[in-house]
Write a protein that binds this ligand. Structure first.
Ligand code: ZN
Length: 146
């Protein structure tokens, strides 16, 4: 029991926030000009995180459903490798959702409270107005990504 409590305390939880942004004037993102489209901003501990990447909304939603490899980040041009994006290993635990991101230089791990993770994604989903502002990134393409 003491051991369990200690390991729970060692887990550093991060807060994730997911918000839509409707581009009402032409905006260059990752070298691509976007206009009248929705992009997804992702914040971890209130910092704009992974701002070099485009968020692939359908994959982010899917990551709520269970363990797997999800292409949450990609490039605005649609080719993940262009931005150096790889799929994220997502592991669901009883109360947490964990991300394991592999880069050529190593691994990054993130631990989110599951309820908070799902709530922020659901709230963002409910706010989307995709008829007026379609998603800038609609799918995670597989070219060059293992
Ligand atoms: Zn690109």
């Amino acid at each position: 029991m003491g051991k369990l409590r200690r390991s729970a305390q060692e887990i550093k939880m991060q807060e994730i926030r997911v918000e839509k942004r409707e581009l009402k004037s032409p905006t260059r993102m990752g070298g691509i000009e976007l206009h009248n489209e929705t992009i997804i901003d992702l914040y971890i501990d209130r910092c704009a995180s992974f701002s070099d990447f485009a968020v692939c909304w359908p994959e982010l939603i899917r990551s709520c459903s269970g363990n797997g490899l999800y292409g949450i980040f990609t490039c605005y041009c649609g080719i993940p490798g262009c931005a150096g994006a790889e799929r994220i290993e997502v592991r669901h635990r009883m109360r947490t959702v964990n991300w394991i991101m592999t880069f050529p230089w190593g691994r990054d791990r993130y631990c989110f409270e599951k309820r908070q993770y799902i709530d922020t994604i659901k709230a963002c989903g409910a706010s989307l107005n995709l008829e007026a502002y379609p998603l800038a990134v609609e799918e995670f393409l597989d070219f060059g990504v293992s």
